[in-house]
Write a protein that binds this ligand. Structure first.
Ligand SMILES: C[S@@+](CC[C@H](N)C(=O)[O-])C[C@H]1O[C@@H](n2cnc3c(N)ncnc32)[C@H](O)[C@@H]1O
Length: 245
């Protein structure tokens, strides 16, 4: 199976450093579970070091970026987790469900292998209001809205869910799409964009970049979004979805 992250995942671990505040929220959502499977684990962000963790990741490029000493990793897909039913107390999936070829099947797999709890970090496609998408890259919104499951889809696959907003700190160290909401010039940097998968999927990056560059130079961005510069964190539509068995 061709993995998009085999092409775009190079250098991922340098730019996607787990943010400690986001890590705390994920840990809190997981609760006191002893054993955990982290599906779509990538380079290992947000894997608690003090629990018994097994990682699942299909892309070799991502697996090679895992530091030594962290959780053991199995090269597999969420489409068929190579574990018996209820093998782990909990299953975790961080910003990965939208990459799965059959999301319902993958979500059922998470629920099958987790005895107590499934925790998912995702982006709610019903959210709107992020300046980067609205003003510069509307195509990102169109693409992400097609591939990100609605909260209703999670409900249908997992049963009752609790949904918690996951705020993005202004100096977030994990370089996902929304991480630089208060540091707009960072999006002009190709290295920063290389760790954000949606940028590799849009046809015309240049015109959005030109508009952003011009608005930053002319002070238009600052004028329009001055209020953001005083905020410490922001709700950009990222959500923690928690389902108990
Ligand atoms: C945005 S990265 C997130 C990685 C990690 N969870 C994190 O938060 O840094 C998405 C990950 O999903 C993985 N992925 C893609 N298709 C998958 C599948 N079918 N099953 C499991 N993981 C998959 C990718 O290889 C990639 O590592």
């Amino acid at each position: 199976m061709t993995q998009i992250y085999d092409q775009i995942g190079e250098g991922y671990h340098n730019l996607r450093n787990p943010d400690p505040r986001i890590a705390r929220n994920i840990l809190h959502a997981l609760g006191e579970v002893e054993t955990l499977v982290n599906v779509g684990a990538g380079a290992g962000s947000y894997e608690p070091l003090d629990r018994n963790v097994v990682a699942v990741e299909p892309s070799l490029t991502m697996i090679r970026q895992r530091r030594t000493g962290i959780a053991p990793v199995v090269q597999a897909s969420a489409m068929g987790l190579p574990f018996r039913d209820g093998a782990f107390a909990a299953a975790l999936a961080v910003l990965t469900v939208h990459h799965w070829p059959d999301r319902t099947r993958g979500l059922h797999e998470l629920a099958r292998v987790a005895r107590n709890r499934v925790v998912i970090v995702t982006w709610d496609p019903a959210y709107s209001g992020f300046w980067l998408i609205d003003d510069y890259f509307p195509e990102i919104g169109e693409i992400d809205r097609q591939i990100l499951p609605s909260l209703e889809e999670f409900r249908q696959a997992l049963g009752p869910i609790e949904v918690r907003p996951l705020l993005v700190p202004h100096d977030c160290s994990d370089g996902f799409l929304g991480a630089y909401w208060r540091r707009p010039q960072e999006y002009l940097n190709p290295r920063i964009r290389s760790a954000i998968s949606t940028f590799s999927k849009i046809r015309d990056v240049e015109s959005g970049l030109d508009r952003l560059r011009r608005d930053l130079e002319e002070g238009t961005w600052r004028q329009k979004y001055r209020h953001l510069l005083e905020q410490l964190d922001l709700d950009l539509g990222y959500r923690l979805v928690i389902a108990d068995s």
